[in-house]
Design a protein around this ligand. Structure first.
Ligand code: HAX
Length: 427
């Protein structure tokens, strides 16, 4: 079992706790924002109400993990990113090896998970299967056992760490099982403990990968989706659930249910669906004018161009750029990928012209599906599961850090419409 990552965290945590205590004690009454009524009606957008140290998303920078812009991390392995998210530094070779061995040693999935998945209706969505698989393993929770034995508050991050590592180690096999079962791809492919986390996952999916570039794509995919600060639907859900001291199985399963929404993680399947529909409606290799007219009609009739816009970003999502670079390097002539690049030239101007979307630029979901499609992973219902496998790294790091810091139960105040009206009447 790994020692190095947990040891590093154990040495870091006391100073972090001291720092937080001191900030709260000495500066606790400093006001850092105000709230306008429109923010209550607008999904709390922009309200500063959470601390998340694993990553931040700047309007003009996109995802920055522990101070490092995501585009500088595209050659790393997801395991390295997990280490970075948790500790603030990348692992050296020994630390990486230790973590990888640890994940392999925890990777056996309880047999009842396959029974539960096999019992689900054939038309269940892969995200419902994924979330169910995580939730049904709740009885494995080391946190629950430790809590029932009366573990002290300063130690509760440790069983949370164990639960998260167990989940991370098992999700590649679970997700690959879902893919192969749901889409009739044949029997489960056993794991290969000589492979890295993402390479093993790519292999278990069973996608033809003679030149090894599909495995490279999986590593990139699982790095790019790993975290996106704390306020997005799934991360926030995860933090809220775990703030009640629910264990990691409950919290991650709940977070995945949020990720399954079309305005969030499901956008990647909807985006590819949109491109394929456009291709069916106007033909292969459409001209720029045809694409422009098609998207304009969609916007004029109140539709969404999926894959564009973002609640926080105000630039082209660097994760989109990373996928675009990957496609340009590996399959620039792929028809669907070419349409992604074409939409990138056309849609931002249309959205600016329409003037509604605050961010007219592509987000990560605008390109990710086309890269998977190229390798024959065409079952787009599965795409959000890939997103989930990756984002579990972020959910886990955020929860472990929150537990280590003794974070409070999350419980904002709601107000009634009558209260709002009275506030307005005060002038
Ligand atoms: N196409 C058409 N209209 C859009 C739009 C788009 N791509 N993006 C925003 N708008 C519209 C909104 O629907 C809203 O219209 P109404 O005022 O009529 O309600 C208006 O522009 C203002 O919205 P906003 O403030 O710019 O955007 P929000 O912060 O409310 O929402 C969304 C951000 C990402 C949900 C939004 O841009 C959207 O629906 N995009 C398409 C779906 C999508 O790509 N989702 C994935 C986001 C990334 C992610 O989380 N991945 O997991």
């Amino acid at each position: 079992m790994s020692k190095l990552l947990k040891e590093k965290l154990s040495t870091q945590i006391p100073a972090l706790r001291e720092e937080a205590k001191s900030i709260a004690k000495n500066h606790g009454s400093k006001v850092i924002g105000e709230v306008a009524i429109e923010q209550l009606y607008g999904g709390m957008r922009g309200i500063k109400g959470l601390i998340c140290d694993t990553s931040e998303v700047g309007l003009q920078t996109g995802l920055v993990i522990r101070g490092i812009p995501i585009l500088e991390l595209t050659e790393k392995l997801p395991e390295e990113i997990f280490y970075l998210l948790l500790t603030g530094s990348l692992p050296n070779a020994e630390e990486l090896n230790d973590l990888q061995n640890d994940l392999h040693s925890r990777s056996e999935v309880p047999a009842y998970v396959w029974d539960v998945l096999n019992a689900m209706p054939v038309d269940s969505h892969p995200m419902a299967m994924f979330s169910t698989a995580i939730n049904c393993m709740e009885k494995e929770s080391e946190f629950r056992t430790a809590y029932n034995k009366g573990i002290s508050k300063d130690k509760i991050w440790e069983p949370m760490y164990e639960d998260c590592l167990n989940i991370i180690a098992r999700v590649p096999q679970i997700a690959a099982f879902i893919y192969r079962k749901k889409f009739n791809k044949g029997d489960m492919i056993p794991p290969d403990h000589n492979l890295d986390w993402a390479g093993n996952f790519a292999m278990m999916l069973g996608i033809d990968d003679k030149d090894g570039t599909f495995s490279k794509l999986m590593r990139l995919y699982l790095v790019l989706h790993s975290d996106h600060e704390g306020g997005n639907v799934s991360a926030f859900t995860c933090l809220v659930i775990s703030s009640a001291l629910s264990d990691a199985y409950y919290s991650i399963s709940g977070a995945l249910n949020g990720l399954a929404g079309p305005l969030h993680g499901l956008a990647n399947q909807d985006c590819l669906k949109f491109i394929l529909k456009m291709r069916d409606d106007i033909g292969h290799s459409p001209t720029d004018d045809e694409v422009r007219k098609y998207c304009k009609n969609l916007l004029d009739s109140g539709g969404l161009v999926v894959g564009y816009g973002h609640a926080v970003l105000r630039i082209t999502d660097p994760r989109f750029t990373a996928f675009l670079d990957f496609g340009n390097k590996n399959f620039p002539d792929d028809g669907v990928f070419k349409m992604v690049a074409q939409l990138f030239e056309i849609v931002p101007d249309l959205l600016k012209e329409q003037g509604k979307a605050k961010d007219p630029w592509p987000n990560v979901d605008a390109a990710s599906g086309s890269t998977l499609y190229h390798y024959g992973l065409k079952e787009y219902d599965f795409y959000t599961v890939l997103f989930g496998v990756s984002r579990i790294l972020g959910f886990s790091s955020q929860m472990i850090v929150a537990r280590a810091m003794g974070s409070s139960l999350i419980r904002p105040k709601s107000v009634t419409t009558d209260w709002i009206k009275k506030e307005i009447a005060k002038g």
